[in-house]
Each structure stands twice: as C-alpha cells, then as structure tokens.
Ligand binder design. Structure first.
Ligand code: MRU
Length: 337
C-alpha cells in the first residue's frame, strides 16, 4: 500500500501502527516526520513557539515505538540540524535536506553491509562446495530499511554474485514479518527460500541443515548486546549449542553508544490481540482476522528480546566485520565516545 503522510500525527500513527516498521525505515520515517514538524511550526508567532512546537513533535515521534534506537537517533539528528539554522526558511530547508541524508545514508550503509557480509557467505561456499543455507528471523530486509536491508543485504549480494544460497525464513510470530515480508522480498529477488515455524530452527541446526544465521537488530549496546525481534535469543542459543555461526548485521545508526548493557534496552510490549488473533488471506484474496486462542485467555506480547554479546559470532556493519564487543565496535568506530 502506498500511503501519503502529510502531518506529524499521520507519521506518528504510521510508525505506531506499523504501516512502516523495521529499525532503519522508522528512523528514515521519523526524519521526514521532523521535516513535517518544521512545516507545521512555520506558522508559529514567535521563535520560542516554533521551537516548542518542534519539541512537541519530536516527543510525539519518539514515543511511538521505544526499542529501535534509529527513531530517537533520527529525531535527535534532526533537532541538532534544525537548531543550527536561524531563519524559518533555512530551518525547513535544512530539515528536508537532513531527512534525505538520513534516508540515503541508510540505503548506502545497507549496500556496504552487503559487500562485507557476502565475504562470509563466499567463504562458507568455498569450504562446503554446495548451497549455503542461511537462517534469518523477522524481516531485516529492504522493507525494514530504505533499501537492501541489513540481514538480507549479504544474501542478495551472494545471490547476485552467483553463490548458491537458500534461506530458512522464520515465520516470526506474532506479526509474521518473516512469512509475510521476508518471504515476499526474497521471492521478488528470486532467492530460494523456505518458510519455517519459529520453533523449527533448533531442529534444523541439530541436523546440519543451517550453515549460518544472519539477523538484524533494533538496538545494539556499545558492549555488543543485541535487541531484535522476539525469538532471536532462542535462535542464538540453538546456534551456539550447534556450532552454527550467528551474525548480526547492522548499520551504525542502530548502535546505542549510551547503553552498556542489553538489560537496559526498553522492550516494547504490544497489544495482546496480536497473539490471540491471526490475520491472513481468505481464498477469495480478501484479508480477515480470526481468533486463534481459547476465549477469555490473556496473552503477553513482548515484541523484542536481547541476545547477549557472548552468543554473537560477529557483527557485519557498513565499515566491515568485527567482534561483538566494545573493543570490536570501537575498532570500526573509533570516533564514537
Ligand atoms: O516490529 P518490527 O517489525 O518493526 O521489528 C523490527 C524487525 O523487523 C526486526 O527486529 C529486525 O530483525 C531488525 S529491524 C531491521
């Protein structure tokens, strides 16, 4: 669905209700949300009112989804850029330019993640001499970013380079981003893939059917702990137990340089109806929602979990590959304090 978003309120609703989702994309959307905020503030009587209106918009956007740090990062980057100008016209122009920069940077960084990550897949293919089977969780593809995706960028690069790959796609309950989005994306690109129930991954690993795991992340601490879609932690545990390398692909906008531990990452709790109901297509193509839980049962719906750095083999970033640790991240981003 192509949706026009013409106000801060509409952008906040689009992010909160997940018309756009995925760490990179909600960061880019928030960047444009702040541009809309400058347009809405332009009628303010005084500079103080202009700035107060901007701050309210920033707060509205920031409050939409708490876990993916890209959102707060984009809002703060916009605030710094806008406040660096003095006239209203210059502030509006700067906000538009910054929104474009955030979006373009996101696409370029994901492309570079592909360039770096494909080396890992190529190495496995040379060693194995056969199709490389990659398991992924949720959707960290181009539907979660501006282009390419994080976890999927190395997969597309490998496929385009003629390296035979096959992807195990976790369905990713409760929203089914894997079955709905990742499977669709991979299909559009012609990448062989198979959708599996979330609980199947461990079994496949025990039987030597997974060569590597690549997932994305919504927030990574500077010490290497990784918040990603609920269920990622269990995949990392199974990968560790079966000596399957577990990679996390991330643009630097997803690193939280203020957090030293994953247990301080805010975990979004979403509506229980996402667990007790299922939405899908009927044979006539229409979309319907049905109840799948016992009537009257309550449900909990934490949307993300945290995988400790010790379970992550390496990070794939736009600047290269590093250990999942403070030392590893600092080696690639020495300028970050
Ligand atoms: O709740 P979502 O769909 O916005 O979740 C984000 C995700 O798709 C995943 O956690 C993803 O693996 C990392 S975001 C690129």
């Amino acid at each position: 669905v192509i949706e026009d978003v013409a106000s801060v309120a509409q952008m906040a609703a689009a992010i909160k209700e997940m018309h756009v989702r995925g760490a990179g994309l909600i960061g880019a959307a928030a960047g444009y949300g702040m541009y809309l905020a400058t347009l809405e503030a332009s009628g303010a009587g005084s500079d103080g009112e202009f700035e107060a209106s901007l701050s309210r918009a920033a707060e509205t956007l920031r409050a939409t989804r708490p876990t993916a740090v890209n959102l707060a990062w984009a809002v703060e980057r916009q605030m710094r850029a806008i406040m660096g100008e003095t006239s209203r016209e210059a502030r509006i122009a700067r906000a538009f330019q910054t929104a474009r920069e955030i979006a373009d940077e996101d696409a370029e960084y994901c492309r570079r993640i592909g360039d770096h990550g494909v080396k890992l897949i190529r190495r496995l293919h040379r060693k194995k001499g056969a199709t490389v089977h990659i398991l992924t969780h949720c959707n960290a593809g181009w539907l979660a970013f501006v282009d390419y995706g994080s976890a999927t960028a190395p997969i597309y690069a490998a496929h385009d380079a003629g390296i035979p790959v096959h992807v195990w796609v976790d369905e990713t309950r409760p929203r089914n981003q894997g079955a709905k989005l990742t499977a669709w994306e991979l299909g559009q690109h012609g990448v062989p893939h198979t959708v599996i129930a979330d609980n199947a991954g461990g079994h496949l690993m025990q039987h030597g059917m997974v060569d590597m795991v690549i997932v994305g992340t919504d927030r990574t601490t500077f010490t290497g702990d990784v918040a990603n879609k609920i269920g990622t932690y269990l995949k990392a545990l199974a990968a560790k137990d079966n000596n399957v390398p577990f990679y996390v692909a991330l643009p630097s906008s997803t690193i939280d340089w203020t957090l030293a531990s994953g247990d301080r990452i805010p975990i979004e709790e979403r509506a229980s109806g996402e667990v007790t109901k299922m939405t899908g297509r009927l044979p006539d193509g229409s979309v319907a929602t049905v109840d799948i839980a016992a009537p009257g049962s309550t449900a909990a719906n934490p949307a993300f979990d945290v995988t400790p750095a010790r379970l992550v083999t390496q990070f794939i970033t736009e600047r290269g590959i590093c250990e999942a640790s403070q030392k590893g991240l600092r080696s690639l981003f020495p300028e970050m304090k």
